[in-house]
Design a protein around this ligand. Structure first.
Ligand SMILES: NC(=O)c1ccc[n+]([C@@H]2O[C@H](COP(=O)([O-])OP(=O)(O)OC[C@H]3O[C@@H](n4cnc5c(N)ncnc54)[C@H](O)[C@@H]3O)[C@@H](O)[C@H]2O)c1
Length: 268
């Protein structure tokens, strides 16, 4: 089950912000554990080296490549390097993303643009350069990474209008891309992640709130999830692994929500 032996996986945003496992890092490590050879990219050289060291220590294969996924020329060069190294790409995980606060009035045009670039354009560029490789092979599986922030919104606290917009935009992007390639042996799906307790979140809260208030907010967020806790990076990685695997061969153009019941709950 979920064996990826012989497969080449390209994981974008495969480092993590801060210590521990983010969604991309855990995904890269898990895919390697399942037998895939992983080509991991990140904008942060130290972060991607850290992931490489973990995979290699576990006996897996990992090539680290520094790339800004918002820049087309860098993405093209990165995909070319992956094909040169491994000859094919079976799995693409578009994991790059992150949120910035603001409603339409408070948010600057510059932040809006950079948010859409980071959360939406990165998936577009990943697909743009990997799909021709998969088409030539006649096979491939793509997993894009969204957030419940695209589908449910806070009342009376932080609004991330550009993040929400781009993460819900990934639904249309994923479905239309899936349909464009459905006759070519390529699947394209989305994971919609809930409140995951990852280093990026921890680092942001510590910076914004300081240790005491950050710890209080983390406890509140755990309690707010129906299942009783926030998810972690491995919960994300397990869902991505399934959608990327051959066991999901009949699944395309859809999404898997990984949120501990969060978006199905209502006050009552
Ligand atoms: N953490 C959460 O609670 C949560 C919830 C829902 C969705 N998500 C989504 O999961 C994904 C990963 O988030 P995470 O919290 O695990 O972060 P993470 O720890 O995986 O960090 C993301 C990685 O992407 C890299 N990166 C950032 N910009 C890049 C760029 N332009 N090009 C290449 N690499 C870049 C960072 O250096 C970092 O290593 C994002 O798409 C995020 O929106 C996270």
């Amino acid at each position: 089950m979920l064996d990826l032996t012989g497969k080449i996986a390209l994981v974008c945003g495969a480092g993590a912000v801060g210590a521990g496992y983010g969604n991309g890092k855990a995904t890269a490590v898990l895919l390697a554990r399942q037998g895939a050879k992983v080509f991991g990219t990140d904008i942060n050289p130290a972060a991607i080296e850290d992931t490489r060291a973990i995979v290699e220590k576990e006996g897996g294969t990992f090539v680290a490549h520094v790339c800004n996924m918002t820049v087309a020329a860098e993405v093209k060069a990165m995909v070319d390097a992956c094909v040169k190294q491994f000859g094919r790409i079976d799995i693409l995980v578009n994991n790059c993303g992150g949120s910035a606060p603001g409603d339409p009035v408070a948010m600057s045009e510059e932040v809006w643009d950079t948010q859409l670039d980071l959360n939406l354009k990165t998936a577009f560029l990943g697909c743009k350069y990997v799909l021709p490789v998969m088409e030539q092979q006649g096979s491939g599986a793509i997993v894009n990474v969204s957030s419940v922030a695209g589908f449910a919104h806070r009342v009376g606290s932080r609004i991330d209008v550009a993040y929400s917009t781009s993460k819900s935009g990934l639904v249309g992007f994923t479905q239309s891309t899936a349909m464009a390639y459905i006759k070519k042996g390529i699947r394209c799906n989305l994971v919609i992640l809930g409140t995951m307790h990852t280093p990026l979140v921890e680092a942001r809260l510590m910076k914004q709130l300081g240790p005491k208030e950050a710890a209080e907010l983390v406890a509140k967020r755990h309690a707010a999830v129906p299942i009783g806790r926030m998810g972690d990076a491995w919960d994300s990685a397990n869902a991505i692994l399934f959608l990327a695997s051959d066991e999901a061969r009949y699944i395309t153009a859809t999404h898997l929500t990984v949120d501990g019941g969060l978006t199905a709950a209502r006050p009552g």
